[in-house]
Structure formats: C-alpha cells, structure tokens
Design a protein around this ligand. Structure first.
Ligand code: AMP
Ligand code: MG
Length: 415
C-alpha cells in the first residue's frame, strides 16, 4: 500500500496550497437587483434607511396614550390610521385611534390595544385587559438601523439577500464580474452527445458535468469542446483557454498512461503546483498556473472529475470571488447501516444516502458499486461518506462522517 500512496498529498494540504496561491479578483460592475441573482457583492452594502422606517402597529386595534387610561377605560374613537395613510388630525384627550397593522403610530401614542382586548360600546370602545406601555408597537430601526452593514463584501446574492436589498429601497448593487472559466475534455475516445458511437468510443460526460456546476456557481463558461490526445491540439487548446479565461479546467489525460499529456503540457506552458492526491476517487488531479490563468486538470473518470471539482475547484472559485461563507457544507456524524469497503491509504468519498432512523439518529449506507466510472451513484446519493485516509473497511454500526451534498449535487434531499 505504502508504495502506491507515498508522494500523494492530502486533500487538506492541496486545498490550503491552492487557496494560499490565489487572490480574489476585483473587477466589478453595478447591476440592477433584478439581474443580480447568483452574483457576489464587491463591497459591503450599507442600509440607506432604518427598517421599519417609522414606528408602526403590529396589530389591528386601537392606538392609545397611557395617560388617557388613568381616568377611564372607555374611550371614544377620534380617527383612523391605515397602513399607508397615517392619522394626522387633532387627537382629543380621552380618545383613541383605530389603527391597522403596519399603520404609522400616531404621535403621542405609546401602546396599541389589540382589537380582541376591546369591546364596542356605542361609539366608544372599552379596554378589557391591562395595557403595557410600548405593547404591539414595532419601533423604527428595530430590524435594521440606517448606516448598518446589511451584507458583507463577498456575499452571494440569492433569495435571502436580494429581497432584503429591495426592502431597503436599494435598486442597484456592486457585484464582482463573473469569473470566466474555460472547459475542455481530452480523449480520443470521446464523442459529444447527439453523435453515434463508433467502436471503442464513449460519450463525454465531464464537460457537461463541469459546465453545469460552473453555471450554477455563476461563472461564464467558455466551452472549448473535446480535444484529441495530441500534443499540438492540446497546446493549442491550452493557449486558447489561457487567453480567454481566469480559470482553465480540463478533464482526462492526467494519469500516467501513454496518451496522458495534460500534466506535461502544464509543465511546458505554465507551472505545476501539485498533482496526485491521497483521495479516492480523484488521485490524478493537477493544479497550477498558466500565463494569465489558473489551471485545474481533473481526472478523466467522471466520478473522479465531479468529486475533485466539488472538493477542490469549488473552494478555489469561492476564494477567487472573495466569498465569505465556506463553499462546502459542514460534515455530520452518522452510523453506517451496512459494510463500507475500504483499503487504508487514501481519503475516500463514497456516495451515500443518509436518513434519520426511528430513534432520530442519522444512518447512512453507500450506493453500492463505488467505481470511479459509476456516475449513476450521484443520482442515488444525497451525501458523501468521508472515510479517513488510514481507515480500513467500516463495519455496520460504526460512526462515520458524512457531508450532505450542497446545491451543486443536491436534489435527492434527506431520504
Ligand atoms: P484518462 O484520465 O484520460 O486516462 O481517463 C480515465 C478514464 O475516464 C477512461 O476510462 C476514459 O475513457 C474516461 N474519460 C475520460 N474523459 C471522459 C469524459 N469526458 N467523459 C467520460 N469519461 C471520460
Ligand atoms: Mg484520456
């Protein structure tokens, strides 16, 4: 085993090496919030107003002045305040104002009595419960103070963030430009979908998988197609990709076969930072720099390509766009529901399906055959089962770490 794992660097080491080498981009643009979904804030967003902007009622009921209540619990109704139409007339002593939820609190009022705690008596209302100063009043600035930072720089804008900006009257937001990512697959055996397969050919899965994941991460994808296992064709693809993109992602050709030119090409045209990871799937993964871009050489096997993209390229792209939140979900502990075969030596990312058992404990089983060519394992899974490098086969009932899929691979939810 030693013989095969010596010289492999750990995933953590690879991740930190990558992240240490790169710095976030800075180019930004102003976008309407209606066009900013999925984009990353280029600077902190400051609230121009307080929210709520004025004190308003949390209930349908009656606005009162505590001072009026000492004398009588029976009050005449001096007027009405609706959401959008404040009460502005004179407010005689000994009276109250009919008020609806969201209406501005009339000047002088210090409580709202909910309708259910009143009785109508002719033209007047009688209060049937005690009144506490301040009750049912939403204070100005209670949610957000004018001038407060509502979003940090490096925040991805989605359904939680963009409506928040709308609620503050912010119509435009400064976001980082999209990352440009060039993608190509290498391999004489690869055919694009829609073409018939000749003997020995297979369909190109990786370019599609990687492009999809890049799209959902908000990148501009430059698709350079399928490149033959030919040094000149590869050299040309590398140069074209380097010119066009911030990040270049290839798949295939990174192992030690006779038609594996990717690593040699990276050494010739740029600088290799590391290759060969102590992880499974995904051992042959190359990272380095070209003239003006970063390069990630994913393994050819589709599961390996997807796992290394997920575990390594995702954090890289997050760092390039200065994102604050970790790209990968936190890991949880679950009990193995069945045997999980493993040999010591490499960190293993098995595809698993976790669920909660009758006792409320998380349990997980793998999806069966864990070969790095079994791409269907993703569609049956909702998590990775992450088995430590030195661990051997896991017996049923043992604790393991799981990493629920994020939105990139998600879709199955919790079983
Ligand atoms: P390689 O890293 O080029 O030696 O490829 C390893 C394995 O992955 C081989 O079985 C290839 O046929 C397969 N493979 C490489 N690229 C792709 C791709 N884009 N889609 C599907 N399978 C691939
Ligand atoms: Mg190949």
């Amino acid at each position: 085993m030693e013989r095969f794992t010596a010289g492999l660097i750990s995933l953590e080491e690879a991740q930190s090496k990558m992240l240490a080498e790169i710095a976030p981009i800075h180019d930004s643009e102003m976008l309407a919030i209606t066009s900013a979904a999925g984009r990353i804030t280029a600077e902190a967003v400051i609230s121009p107003i307080s929210v709520p902007p004025f004190a308003n009622s949390a209930m349908d009921g009656y606005a009162v002045r505590s001072a009026d209540l000492a004398a009588a619990r029976l009050l005449s109704v001096a007027g009405k305040a609706f959401a959008g139409t404040p009460f502005v007339d004179a407010w005689p002593a000994g009276s109250c104002i009919r008020i609806m939820t969201g209406a501005a609190i009339p000047p002088g009022a210090d409580a709202v009595v909910m309708q259910e705690e009143t009785e109508t008596q002719g033209e007047c209302i009688r209060l049937t419960a005690t009144v506490k100063t301040g009750q049912n009043i939403r204070l100005a600035g209670e949610d957000i103070q004018q001038g407060a930072v509502v979003l940090a720089a490096g925040t991805r804008l989605g359904a939680a963030e963009l409506p928040l900006l709308a609620s503050l009257g912010i119509s435009h937001v400064k976001v980082l430009r999209k990352l440009r990512v060039a993608v190509f697959s290498t391999g004489d055996e690869l055919q694009p979908v829609g073409q018939p397969l000749a003997a020995g050919q297979i369909y190109d899965t990786n370019r599609f998988a990687v492009s999809l994941m890049l799209n959902s991460l908000g990148c501009d994808v430059i698709d350079l197609g399928i490149i033959k296992d030919d040094p000149d064709a590869l050299r040309n693809a590398f140069a074209q990709a380097d010119d066009a993109a911030d990040v270049v992602i290839s798949s295939g050709g990174v192992s030690v076969g006779e038609a594996d030119y990717t690593k040699a090409m990276l050494e010739e045209l740029g600088q290799i930072s590391f290759w060969k990871l102590a992880m499974k799937p995904g051992k042959p993964f190359a990272f380095g720099r070209l003239q003006t871009s970063w390069f990630c050489g994913l393994p050819g096997n589709p599961v390996s390509a997807a796992v290394t993209f997920y575990q390594l390229v995702q954090p890289l792209l997050a760092k390039l766009t200065g994102q604050q939140t970790p790209a990968l979900p936190a890991r949880l502990r679950a009990r193995a529901a069945g045997l999980l075969k493993k040999a010591p030596g490499r960190l293993d990312f098995q595809r698993g399906l976790f669920s909660r058992d009758a006792e409320g404990e998380l349990t997980v089983r793998n999806t069966g055959h864990q070969g790095s060519h079994i791409f269907s394992s993703f569609s049956q899974a909702n998590c990775f089962i992450v088995l430590e490098r030195e661990r051997g086969t896991v017996q049923p009932g043992e604790w393991v770490e799981i990493e629920p899929f994020n939105a990139l691979l998600g879709g199955q939810g919790v079983a």
